[in-house]
Write a protein of this length. Sequence first.
Length: 477
Amino acid sequence: MPLITSSRSPGRLKPKSLKLLKRRRLEESPRERLESRGAVNTAPSLSRLNEQHAVAGETAPAPNAASLGAEQPFKRFLPRIRARESSRFEGVEVPLQPIEGELVRVASGYLLIGDGVVRVYAEQEGPWGPLQPLIDYPGTQEVFVSEADGVISITAGIAGRRYEVELPRELVVERLAQRIAIAAGIPLSERNPQDSGEYHGWRVNIAMPQLAGGWQISATRVVKVEPFRGEPLLLARLVTLAAAPNSIVFVGPPGAGKTTALIGVLNTLLELWPKLRVSIVEEEPEVAVQVRGPSMTRYFSFGGRTVTDNIRATRRYDRPDLLVVGELRGEEVPSWFEAAGAGIPVLTTAHSVGLKDAVKRLNTLIQAAGLRASVLDAVRVWVVCGKTMSSSGIERGVKAVYIVTGEGFQPVYRAGRYLPEEGFSCLLPPELQLALDSSEAPKIYEKVKERLGATGEALFEAMEPLPFEEVLRGEEL
């Protein structure tokens, strides 16, 4: 249906008259076309009258109703478009008190970073709505949005510190969650009220109200970091231990840097041995998206396939030189235990409070699977990660490294201090599985240190092994 109708409908015109009408419309300017249809006011305006008399050197007469076209009603041209019900910046205005802070400009707006508070002012619309500038800021590491009983709480981690987020307009969490779920392909439903996915470099987890009591959104930026910056000797020791047929477990609480440390070791292994065949098995892509290699296979859980199925499949068909299992949670423990005793290096992570808790948890999972064995039969290297929160920020990373020996848990690194080189070399097997011009462990260790620049000074001290009894029933370490 046309927006503007005419008494001379094109359907009633003859072919020749119709061609003339079309040509006349093409020759008209847009303004002439609107004036001919009565869509604009053609009466002279006050400013136009002043300009005309100023050129002639006269004084403009006082305008009257006739000259301004008061008798002619003003007509507006309104295109027939469908406007959306509300903007992405919807929500009532929230009064905010003035604060002092650093003003940071980004493409979609700007941030005002104060003392424990960051205010977000969006100028351009994006998938994250009013939070788009916070997402675009490179220093933002994590964003948490929760809604409970009508109260919305937003926190963000920026440059290692936690901030409370304030917005000039109230955030509609449900609309934000729906937009991100559609954009990231997160399949939320009544049967699946919580799920996660990757979206433009962010790992997003969304929970619906029936599960969490209100909408919840957790977003963590996926970045490549250097977990061993300033500790090249620690990285050299972990890489050398991974070159032997050892099973290495990175343990610690959530957010302690377990996966980050594992990725750092894995990337260094691939730099030193580019042709290394690696299989990565995860429930959701986390390690695989941050590691690249020419001979790498990746397995994820989908379509009913479990982590156990994928571990057994990659061992049978891919025959990897090194196996990475994203995280030990439950059902995959028996298959991981089998792979750890198969004579290839296995890297994995596990949530725990510390060393004692990690040993106890994994032993419980192994026994629950019906295996009459101990986790110490499969895991030789334990990497303990920790997280410390202070007013200056969050410190996370490797706190200690233990090697299981006949006498107990021998520390080779603890709180910035190292076991002397002679003692560490004695803990290595005579030959390693991965060679660098030689398969002898001491020579490979020296080569790795040279490649990583770990020949500088370090703090060495003698360290006594921790007896098994002390680890199993003592205080957390």
